[in-house]
Design a protein around this ligand. Structure first.
Ligand code: SF4
Length: 281
């Protein structure tokens, strides 16, 4: 495993307009969560965020849309951004996270400069119907297979703390392992009072052991990334995520929740004598 810490920044290029009913997601229009909602972020803002991320050490920059999957309009929006960013910041690895996608759509993204695609399984196949009724888990798995077929780097993980059992967690990790992802982002459910799910029941020790379990069950992944929910889940123990197997984090804001200022994350890594990855395979 690469011990250098890979930093990734996410950019919500379209926010809070999804009609699906994923119970953990404040971007669904169904739950009326108090979040910012917009159709398309302006290019000037996206560029500003990309420059800010890169100057703070991020190598990955993820273009996220809130919807079940790609359609022609979203595809052309993401491609147009990727083309501009590829020219402007060629060192930045562009990641797209736009829901379910066909091989053809993924190849179009690839030709516009996207290098990797993030699509999470979220949870186990058995538990999935309890957190989403509008689309099946199998579609998620199939999209991940499409990512591999299209020759893009696969980033796939899930979210813990939704009320799933330990067996569900193991089952999700087994499914992920079968897809051979390069990076496995794990999220910890961040409760929003507009959502009907109960707050995340995990203790810090349980969450740390889940990072370790992810590392052990998906040994070939280059990166285990702790993504959403990091600060809320780990509080002043967040530096322990690295000794439990994490070698990547999201810096800056998440999709609908604020992360710590990038500078504070950089100071934390420095205090732990952890180097930041400066190149990516
Ligand atoms: S499909 Fe994605 S954006 Fe839509 S509700 Fe589910 S998790 Fe949220």
């Amino acid at each position: 495993m690469n011990q250098k810490i890979f930093l990734c920044s996410i950019c919500n290029i379209n926010s809070g307009t999804c009609n699906e009913d994923c119970k953990f997601c404040s971007q669904s229009v169904r739950y009326k969560a108090d979040i910012e909602r917009y159709k398309q972020k302006e290019m000037s803002l996206i560029l500003k965020e990309a420059h800010n991320a890169y100057s703070n050490g991020a190598l990955g920059f993820c273009l996220v849309t809130s919807d079940k999957g790609l359609n022609d309009k979203t595809l052309s929006f993401v491609c147009s951004i990727a083309e501009v960013l590829t020219k402007e910041l060629p060192e930045l690895r562009l990641i797209a996270c736009n829901g379910t996608a066909t091989i053809e759509q993924l190849l179009t993204l690839k030709s516009s400069g996207i290098k990797a695609y993030n699509h999470n399984l979220e949870t186990s196949r058995d538990f999935y119907p309890k957190i989403c009724t509008t689309h099946p888990w199998d579609e998620r798995y199939e999209t991940c297979q499409n990512v591999n077929s299209a020759g893009l780097v696969l980033i796939s993980g899930g979210i813990f703390g939704l009320g799933e059992s330990y067996e569900d967690r193991v089952s999700m990790l087994k499914s992920l392992e079968s897809l051979k992802p390069t990076s496995v982002p794990i999220n910890f459910y961040h409760h929003n009072e507009a959502l009907e799910l109960s707050p995340n029941p995990l203790s810090v020790d349980e969450a740390l052991s889940l990072i370790k379990l992810t590392r052990e069950m998906i040994p070939d992944a280059q990166r285990v990334m702790v993504a959403g929910g990091r600060e809320l889940m780990f509080g002043d123990r967040e530096s322990e995520i690295f000794s439990h197997g994490a070698n990547s984090i999201v810096i800056g804001n998440y999709l609908t929740t604020s992360g710590k200022a990038m500078q504070r994350d950089l100071e934390m890594l420095k205090s732990l004598n952890l180097d930041i990855a400066s190149s990516v395979k």
